[in-house]
Design a protein around this ligand. Structure first.
Ligand code: NAP
Length: 287
């Protein structure tokens, strides 16, 4: 039986989308600029193709333009960097998203670093990492940025709380830890070499699961009343499931995100929001 309050990511994402659509429209009216996201997909991974298509659909829904670049599975680092440089020079493109992962022969870091900082709306460059960790203006990694928005939307007081982040990937766990730290949480970052993970999770006021293992976080690890954010998205027998064993965890948590419908919609919403902000900044207007 679920006793926790469900965090409705779809609803919060709708709010972000509405604000984005309004900013996009104002920008068109003010200076005749249509915010534009370039999406770059390398190879044939069906999940990646689906994610890119969803990003383009959301652009269209909110009044943004989008440019789609599809490159072969055999693309070299140099070819990909050349293409990203070209998009970087294109004044009609305001944000660039390179879909992760890229085929093995490509140096993904070199490709990410080719994205100019002012167009890095997915928050993947060293520059964006720096600004994010220093709390300076820039662009956030979209999933962690979206998680902070969810916590704010549900009035979760982050300051002074013990947040346990499970996972330390460059797109999720590490930036999540930085954003929580900037909001004055006391942060513990766990990973595959962490000793006695359940004991650490039991101390958490806020748990962020970013492991990539279905139903990995057990219900009896959750402290009564804790906020549980499940960033996981794993194929399951009846559709995708999260990293948290939802039913038992929701009997203890105070607030919990469902999968789907929790973190996922926020990632997309923040990406498109950041594109609209980038377009306004590049046009030199404050909207
Ligand atoms: P990742 O790069 O595979 O990272 C997984 C992290 O989990 C690593 O840091 C790993 O530790 C840690 N880990 C693995 N086994 C562990 C264990 N037994 N105990 C503790 N930590 C362990 O995955 P990711 O890209 O961060 O993604 C994580 C999940 O989020 C996936 O399910 C992914 O699909 C989902 N995701 C969702 C969205 C969204 O929009 N909803 C966006 C991105 C990702 P090591 O560093 O030691 O290997």
């Amino acid at each position: 039986m679920t006793t926790a309050t469900l965090i409705d990511g779809k609803r919060v994402a709708q709010d972000v989308q509405q604000q984005t659509a309004a900013r996009v429209e104002k920008l068109k009216q003010a200076v005749g600029v249509t915010a534009c996201l370039a999406t770059v997909l390398v190879g044939e991974d069906p999940a990646s193709a689906k994610y890119v298509a969803a990003k383009r659909r959301l652009c269209e829904k909110l009044g943004l333009a989008s440019v789609f670049v599809k490159l072969d599975e055999t693309t070299t680092t140099e070819q990909l960097v050349d293409k990203i440089n070209e998009l970087g020079r294109d004044a009609n493109v305001h944000g660039i998203l390179l879909q992760h992962p890229v085929p093995k022969q490509i140096d993904e870091r070199a490709a990410f670093e080719a994205i100019p900082a002012q167009k890095d709306v997915d928050g993947v460059t060293f520059h964006s990492f720096g600004t994010m960790f220093y709390g300076l203006p820039g662009y956030e990694s979209c999933t962690p940025g979206g998680i902070i928005r969810l916590l704010d939307a549900y009035d979760v007081d982050i300051r002074g709380k013990h947040a346990v982040v499970i996972g330390r990937s460059a797109i999720l766990g590490k930036p999540m830890a930085g954003l929580l730290l900037n909001r004055d949480a006391t942060v513990t970052v766990c990973h595959s070499r962490t000793v006695d993970l359940p004991e650490l999770v039991k101390q958490a006021d806020i748990v962020v699961a970013a492991v990539g293992k279905p139903a990995f976080v057990q219900g009896d690890w959750i402290k009564d009343g804790a906020v549980v954010i499940d960033a996981g998205f794993n194929p399951g027998p009846k559709g995708n499931i999260g990293d948290v064993d939802f039913e038992p965890a929701s009997e203890r948590a105070g607030l919990i995100t469902p999968v789907p419908g929790g973190v996922g919609p926020m990632t997309l919403a923040v990406l498109v929001e950041q594109t609209s902000i980038a377009a306004a900044r590049q046009a030199g207007v404050e909207i």
